[in-house]
Design a protein around this ligand. Structure first.
Ligand code: AVJ
Ligand code: FE
Length: 377
C-alpha cells in the first residue's frame, strides 16, 4: 500500500516547516510520558529485556545528534562524553540506569534539539529527507517502548491475577470475514518514509484468503482460556509449549477486566499460534495482512492503531534489500528468529503508523502492545 510521496510537491521551505512541526509534535508526546516521573523511576529497568525508561530519552536525543546534527548537519557531535552512555552499543541494558538525572537528560535532549533545528534551516532535503524521517520514526519507536514499559510497571508485577472465570464472559469467534481475492499485489514502500526493511517494492501473487476485520478480542480470548487453552500441549508448537511451561504463562500480560471487546494485548506469537490452532484458523502472512490492510483503507475499517498484530511470517529481507542507514537497523535481525508484526498500536505515534511498516520481535516476546487477527484460506 504505497502512497505517493506527497511532500515532493511541496517547496523546500514547506518541507522544512513540515519536519519542524513533526519533530516538535512528536517530542511533546514523548516528553509527556515522563511527566511526573521520579528520578528513581527514570532510572528503573522495568523489564530485563528492555533498557531503563530514561535511557530511551537520552538514546532518542543521541540518535538525533549523531545522524542529523553530526552526519547531516556536518557539525561536531554534541556532548561526546555521553556517546557511550546513549549509543546502543555502549553499555549492556542492565547498566543503562547509570545516566544523568531526569533534568540532565531533558537538558541534553533540549540542547541537541536546538542544534537540530538550526541544521534543518539549511538542510538539503532532496538528499536528506529520508534520514530526517528515519530519525523521527526512531523517536516514535522508542516512545512506544516507554509506553509499553509503563503499562508493564502499572501491572504491579502481577499481570493477570484473577484467571479464567473472571468478569469477562467468553465469546465465540465471529464468522465475519473480509474476503480478499487472490492475484497480484504490490508489497512494500518506495517513499522516503520507508525504513530499509520496507523496500524495495515488489509484486506477489496471493491465493484468495479470508481475514478477520478486527483483531481477536479479550472476550474471544477468554473462551480459549476457559477451554484450558493454556494447558493443552496439543494446541501449541513444541517451542511454544516449552516457553509456556518455562514461563508458567496463564493469561495475556495486559489483561483488563473492564474491556471485553478490546483487542487482546500482551500476547506472544506462541499464544497467538495456539489460539489460532484452537480456533481452527491460522494467522495471516505479512503479505496477506498488508494486502488486506490496503483494501480496508484508513477510515473506520483501518487495520492500524489498535494493537500490533503477529503474523506467521519470519522477518526476512525483501529481494534487493539494501541496509540503511546502518546494517544493524534491520539486517542484524534477519536471523530466522524474529517474527513480523504489523499494524501499530494505540501507543504508536503517527509517523510510524502505516500499512507497510514491519515490526519484529522474537515469538516469545509478550511485553508488547500486540495481539493478532485470524485468517483462513
Ligand atoms: C523495530 C521496534 C524492534 O525498538 O528495538 C530502535 C527499533 N531500532 N532503535 C527496537 C529500533 C533501533 C526496534 N524495533
Ligand atoms: Fe534506537
Amino acid at each position: 500500500m504505497t502512497s505517493p510521496d506527497a511532500n515532493l510537491s511541496l517547496s523546500l521551505p514547506e518541507r522544512r516547516a513540515a519536519l519542524v512541526q513533526a519533530f516538535q509534535d512528536c517530542r511533546v508526546q514523548t516528553l509527556a510520558l515522563f511527566d511526573g516521573m521520579s528520578d528513581s523511576e527514570f532510572r528503573e529497568q522495568i523489564d530485563p529485556g528492555y533498557s531503563p525508561l530514561g535511557w530511551h530519552l537520552g538514546h532518542i536525543a543521541y540518535t538525533e545528534a549523531h545522524w542529523l546534527v553530526h552526519k547531516c548537519g556536518g557539525r561536531q557531535l554534541p556532548f561526546p562524553d555521553l556517546e557511550r552512555t546513549f549509543h546502543v552499543d555502549g553499555l549492556p541494558k542492565s547498566a543503562r540506569g547509570n545516566i544523568p538525572d531526569q533534568d540532565g537528560v531533558r537538558a541534553y535532549a533540549r540542547d541537541i534539539r536546538d542544534e537540530l533545528l538550526e541544521c534543518l534551516e539549511t538542510a538539503d532535503l532532496d538528499a536528506q529527507e529520508r534520514q530526517w524521517r528515519f530519525v523521527l520514526q526512531h523517536e516514535c519507536q522508542h516512545a512506544e517502548t516507554v509506553s509499553l514499559l509503563l503499562a508493564c510497571r502499572d501491572l504491579g508485577g502481577s499481570g493477570f491475577a484473577s484467571g479464567p472465570g473472571s468478569k469477562i464472559a467468553p465469546s465465540d469467534i465471529d464468522d465475519i470475514w473480509l474476503e480478499i481475492d487472490g492475484g497480484p499485489v504490490t508489497i512494500g514502500n518506495g517513499t522516503t518514509w520507508a525504513l530499509d526493511n520496507e523496500g524495495p517494492e515488489f509484486q506477489v501473487t496471493l491465493a484468495p484468503f479470508r481475514i478477520a476485520p478486527q483483531p481477536v478480542t479479550q472476550a474471544q480470548f477468554a473462551a480459549f482460556m476457559v477451554d484450558q487453552g493454556y494447558r493443552r500441549a496439543e494446541l501449541w508448537t513444541d517451542e511454544g509449549w516449552a516457553w509456556r511451561s518455562a514461563e508458567a504463562v496463564v493469561a495475556p500480560l495486559y489483561w483488563s477486566e473492564d474491556a471485553p471487546d478490546s483487542p487482546v494485548a500482551g500476547v506472544s506469537a506462541h499464544e497467538a499460534d495456539a489460539f489460532a490452532v484452537w480456533a481452527g484458523r491460522r494467522l495471516p502472512t505479512e503479505f496477506e495482512w498488508e494486502a488486506a490492510a490496503a483494501e480496508a483503507g484508513t477510515g473506520e475499517e483501518s487495520f492500524l492503531g489498535q494493537v500490533w498484530q503477529w503474523t506467521s511470517s519470519v522477518f526476512a529481507p525483501y529481494s534487493d534489500f539494501s541496509p540503511w542507514p546502518y546494517a544493524g537497523y534491520s539486517e542484524a535481525y534477519f536471523d530466522g528468529k524474529h517474527r513480523v508484526l504489523r499494524g501499530g498500536s494505540h501507543a504508536t505515534l503517527p509517523w510510524a503508523l502505516r500499512g507497510t511498516f514491519r515490526n519484529w520481535y522474537t515469538p516469545d516476546t509478550r511485553q508488547l502492545i500486540a495481539g493478532f487477527r485470524l485468517a483462513a484460506d
